[in-house]
Design a protein around this ligand. Sequence first.
Ligand code: BGC
Length: 401
Amino acid sequence: MKKKLLAMALVAAMTVSMAACGGSSSAPAADNSGSEAATEEAATEEAATEEAAAPAEGAMKIGISMPTQSLERWNRDGQYLDEQFKAAGYETILTYSDNQSDRQVNDIQNMIAEGVNLLIVAAIDGEALNTAMNEAAEQNIPVISYDRLILNDAVSYYVSFDNYTVGKLQGEFVRDTLDLDNAGDKVYNIEFTAGDPADNNAGYFFNGAFDTLSPYIESGVLNVVSGQTDFDSVATDQWSTDTALERAQNILGSYYADGTQLDVWLCSNDSTALGVAQAITSDYAGSNSVIITGQDGDEANLKNIVDGIQTMTVYKNVANEAIVTMGLAEAMLKGETIDASLCDTFGIECAYDTESYQTSEGNKCPSFLLVPSVITKDNLQELVDTGLYTMGEDGYLAATK
Ligand code: BGC
């Protein structure tokens, strides 16, 4: 019994010194041989496109675990992160886990066995990585939760966008486009499609949008014809385009086949918006154009925006997310003080938020939250200006990598 208590105390002590989200905010210091300080230039897209030099003998190793290659953005995230760490002299291991949590646990365990010095993880399921996270904690390997929060105190920091604001921007776009504050007696019909319940972000996106629009639902200006307004009813497992398509077809068949006009379909992201847009094209009886929201700036959705099939997307510059993540990782590995000034270092707008996210009851997770923006047909040039997209002669945007 005594032995067990001692072992538990040791594990607990280790977890506290390791994990900022679990209490202590001191980053574990580590030998940083082989790592150069990342200059802003080193992390620019120009440097990232160059073939990275082979890592020096004894270079530190970074494990980058992404959820899947089937959703467009994670290919970009993985690539940007990988290129930037390599350009700064690190060795990297990059994996995609095909949206299977047990595979992600396995991938992370392999990285730990390979002796990584730090882990960057975008979780498939925020609650399903405990085995791997506990191993990381036992081996003093710091973890940055990337984009999606892992609900485990082994996480040291969280880097993401302001997820609630993503949904809020979608809701505000609908409110302003329809001028809901001056709608008079007019009633607009709306449906909702949210994301994967296993993804901690999904609830934030949905709440941001729903909180913005619910006053209009309550006052009767907006009418959810299907009656499906709670997150569980509108959620989409694995953010699947096909699942979103199928549900949209069912709703259109059940509630709109009689000619009822649909005005808005609020979708939390682009992969679901793609399915909803497809259903509207094939199964909607009306001839009005339906407002469809999204998030990410996936190529297929940008094409739909140009063609007037999707109305907006909330853009998140994931190259910048990768830059902030690398800066944070370097600061952690060098045992530097980590605070709000990190964002300024990169000239990237982001907030250091120590209140909004927690990895477990009462354990707040210090977070660096970048700022999302709205993209419509009218400001596509802003994407071109990032250098991450080009405008083709056909009038459609293509990601530069
Ligand atoms: C990301 C979104 C993405 C979604 C599906 C979320 O966690 O924040 O950008 O659209 O996952 O991949």
